[in-house]
Design a protein around this ligand. Structure first.
Ligand SMILES: [Zn+2]
Length: 416
């Protein structure tokens, strides 16, 4: 069995690994680089034979989880190539697509992962392991062939709401593993034995911020970070606030297929449609979707009257409506995503809007990635012959943390 990291050996984002055995090939992830210009994703396609669907030896693409930097190039390859992912992940991508700009990848058919259930693709045996991450329905993948095996960590953490999944993996690891392809996002972000806040700690910080806010709380979080939406919901209940969501968030929450996740028809949840979404609904005729989520629909006049009793899952498309409808007196803005997006000038208009409206910004967030200490425990449990860095800006730091480190550059082929 041979392996080639096409992208990710020294960067975070755009992950893609090719595995070859007996002339047959599989891809692990096909992501868009984080700094890519999304108008022309095809420019970032790695040089892999058969992406046009012409090579039957390219058996399929196994996506670890529904983050753009892991699946974002799927729309640039032939739909004839089967795609594996979790079934909830597939539903989430399908639910998100209508709300996204043109190039949002289609959810092609293929294998639906089931946690711990092995399946066979050509000469490969694949076992998906559900893991804790900021994307819902994320997997690590164990690939066996020719008496050898590769364990691909995907993205994972051990401080979210599903940390028990990673505990379980550490207690009962796959064995034997020749190569562990290990993500190292946190290297360079945390040092030594430092840890990230847990999602429970995030909930406590949210409770504090919500209780001291005099008006509406705007929480800027990804609607696909389901752990975070749960934290916002729980903190809202604990502070007597209602969770207000738009149609996109309502559709994503339903697509999880998990009725313990907040839904638009829960009594503590309200649906609020911003003007630009109203236009979209009309234009595309999404009236069934709107009706389906309208059990608790409110309007901006209602929000204006109940602002101190509401938490809005904020997206910038709400700005003008909130301003026009007097919803902002005493408002607080909580930024609950990666600070890198904020620093990178992605939100210049939003920054001006907050300043103009005198809205203070608080940051409450935790990483979707394992701390170095948790990575170490994972390596110790799996006990692989080789640890190969991926999804990191600091491959050189692996040798200080793990035994058996072997660094491979992008596009280099090596034996497992
Ligand atoms: Zn991810």
């Amino acid at each position: 069995m041979r392996c080639c990291i096409h992208r990710g050996s020294d960067q975070i984002g755009g992950s893609c690994v090719e595995i070859e055995s007996n002339g047959q090939r599989l891809l692990l992830d096909l992501g868009l680089p984080l700094d890519a210009l999304v108008d022309h994703p095809e420019k970032y396609l790695p040089n892999i034979q058969g992406l046009d669907g012409s090579d039957p030896n390219l058996l399929g693409i196994l996506i670890s989880h529904p983050h753009l930097d892991h699946f974002g190039l799927l729309n640039c390859v032939s739909p004839k190539i089967p795609v594996g992912m979790g079934s909830a992940a597939r539903r989430i991508l399908a639910a998100a697509r209508p709300f996204m700009p043109g190039n949002w990848p289609d959810s092609a058919t293929g294998w639906d992962y089931q946690d711990g259930h092995k399946f066979i693709v050509g000469s490969f045996k694949i076992t998906p392991y559900l893991v804790d991450h900021s994307a819902y329905d994320s997997y690590a993948l164990w690939i066996e062939s020719e008496g050898k095996s590769v364990f691909y960590s995907g993205d994972f953490r051990r401080h979210g709401r599903k940390s028990i999944l990673v505990d379980r993996l550490i207690q009962k690891p796959p064995s034997p593993v020749n190569v562990l392809l290990l993500e190292g996002t946190s290297l360079g972000r945390l040092n030594g034995e430092q840890n990230f806040l847990t999602e429970e700690e995030i909930e406590r910080e949210l409770v504090q911020a919500f209780s001291s806010a005099k008006g509406l709380v705007l929480v800027h979080a990804s609607s696909q970070n389901i752990d975070r939406i749960v934290s916002i919901m729980r903190a809202s209940i604990r502070t007597g606030r209602k969770l207000v969501i738009d149609l996109y968030t309502a559709a994503i929450l339903e697509a999880t297929g998990n009725r313990r996740i907040p839904q638009s028809n829960w009594e503590n949840v309200a649906l609020l449609i911003p003007q630009s979404q109203r236009v979209q609904i009309k234009k595309h005729g999404w009236f069934d979707l709107l009706n389906h989520h309208s059990a608790n629909r409110i309007f901006f006049e209602d929000l204006s009257r109940q602002k101190e009793k509401s938490t809005l899952v904020f997206r910038p498309l709400f700005c003008r409506d909130l301003e026009r409808n007097d919803c902002l007196e005493g408002a607080v803005f909580i930024y609950s995503q990666w600070e890198g997006y904020w620093e990178r000038d992605s939100y210049e208009d939003l920054k001006i809007w907050l300043e103009d409206n005198n809205i203070p910004k608080i940051s409450i967030h935790t990483s979707g990635h394992a701390s170095p200490a948790d990575l170490k425990e994972m390596v110790k449990a799996i006990n692989p012959q080789k640890v190969v860095p991926i999804h990191t800006f600091f491959p050189d730091r692996y040798v200080d943390l793990f035994p058996g480190v072997e660094i491979h550059a992008d596009d280099e082929w090596w034996e497992v």
